[in-house]
Each structure stands twice: as structure tokens, then as C-alpha cells.
Design a protein around this ligand. Sequence first.
Ligand SMILES: Cc1ncc(C[n+]2csc(CCOP(=O)(O)OP(=O)(O)O)c2C)c(N)n1
Ligand code: SF4
Length: 248
Amino acid sequence: MATKTFKIPEALEGLGSHGCCQGCGHGIAARIIYEVIEEMGLTKNCIAFHDLACGSNMLYAQKYHGFSGAHGRAIPTATGFKRTRPDMLVFSYAGDGATYSIGMQHTVHTAMRDENITAIVINNTNFGMTGGQMSPTSLIGQKTTSSPAGRTKELNGNPVDVVKLYTDMDIAYLARGAVDSVPNINKTKNYIRKAFAKQMAGEGFSFVEILAPCPTNWGMTPAQSLERMQNEVFKKYELGEFIERSAK
Ligand SMILES: Cc1ncc(C[n+]2csc(CCOP(=O)(O)OP(=O)(O)O)c2C)c(N)n1
Ligand code: SF4
């Protein structure tokens, strides 16, 4: 039987654990991001702007340039840096809470300006780091620590879907992947590669949302949390590529 040995990306090699919970999606997302960066030969010419949330744990597990700014401000911080160093691969890495709640104005305005950066959003349908409160992407009916009876439209408003929000935006790339299974992980890796390639070609704003499990705050085992993604989360948040603008 043919076997394939996967190499740890140079940026992650030799360092300790990222410290996320077992079954968390952040570790898989970080792994494929750094695989892509290495495959594109950009490991020493990239910088990650992490949000101050569970994803910032990754800063302890990566060797190359990284920065953790204020919660909700990873996208504008990345924007400022990219304007001074347009030669580098610059990306933000943040959760759904940061990107669609406190940071929502940046999510909209950065797309309006078509900034030449890549924003990666890990959507686990709750505020992970602070204990599982309702986030803008929590599903109707989802029980969280701040919606113990389940989210309702009347009390909490509808969940936000970035694909629908960005429908009219003139941006370079928009895709949504997931880290629940090998086929989806491979597709998501490809979306990240396309997003980074568009940025390095100067084509404008690229955005990849990644659906991920948060077993700890969902009160589930890692295996149960993958089932929840497939049975509930994917029904609300469609996977695929939605904007792929031709080079100008
Ligand atoms: C300005 C500010 N407001 C609030 C917080 C508290 N805070 C830290 S992480 C977080 C939410 C985390 O959820 P999300 O952004 O979805 O990321 P996750 O931890 O789920 O990956 C909040 C509200 C903070 N650190 N700074
Ligand atoms: S609380 Fe959730 S998002 Fe945070 S590290 Fe644990 S599983 Fe991951």
C-alpha cells in the first residue's frame, strides 16, 4: 500500500503545542495555512496578524513573524502593515466573534476599499476564548452561555452570513471552507492558496472563512462536534467559492 509522509511545515517545526483544546479547529487551520505558505516559498516573507482570542495561541507555535493586536482589530492592523510592506504576504487570523461583532466595521470597510490583504476567519459559531457566549454566527436555537434557552431572532437577531453580506462587494476572492474532514481540509487549503496568490499578484482583498469545531464550549466530544458541523452548521453556512475575480 502506498504511503505518504507529511512533513511539519518549517514555520511550526520544533516548537511546543499551540495549547488549544483537544479537537479544536484552530490547530488544523494553522497547519494548512503554514503548509501553503511554505509551498509558496513565502515562510520568511510573511506576517500573521492574530486577533486576541483562541487563535492567538498559534503565536506560541509558529517561528516566523506574527503579531497579536487588540481584539477585533486584526484586519485593520494587517492593512496598515501591508501598506508599508507591500512585498510581504500579510494576513489576519481571527474568530467569528472578532470579525462579525466588535470588528464588523473593519470587515465591511476593508472589503469596500478592496485592500490587498487576506483575511482568514475561523467561524466556530461562538466566542471561544471567553467561555462560549453567543456570537453573530451562533445558529437560531443554539444554546450558549449567554443564550441558555437558545438563540431567537426576536431576542438576539439573526445570524450573519459573510457570503451573503459580501454579495455585492467588488473584492478579489471569497470562499468558505471547513476543517471537519480530509476532503474539506484539502479544499480549504486550496482556497487559502488562491487567496494568498491573489494578494501576492496585487489583485485586492481576499477573504476565506473556515468553519471549525469548538468542542469545549459546545459541550461535545471532538467527534460529536464534527457531526454537529455536518448536521447543523453546514445547513446554514454554505461551503464553496463565491467570488473569484479575474486579474485586472
Ligand atoms: C476590546 C476587547 N473586547 C473584548 C475582549 C474579550 N474577548 C477576548 S476573546 C473574545 C471573543 C473570542 O471569540 P472569537 O473572536 O470568535 O474567537 P475564538 O476564541 O472563538 O477563536 C472576547 C469577547 C477583549 N479581549 N478585548
Ligand atoms: S475554547 Fe474552543 S476555540 Fe478555544 S481552544 Fe478550546 S476548542 Fe478551540
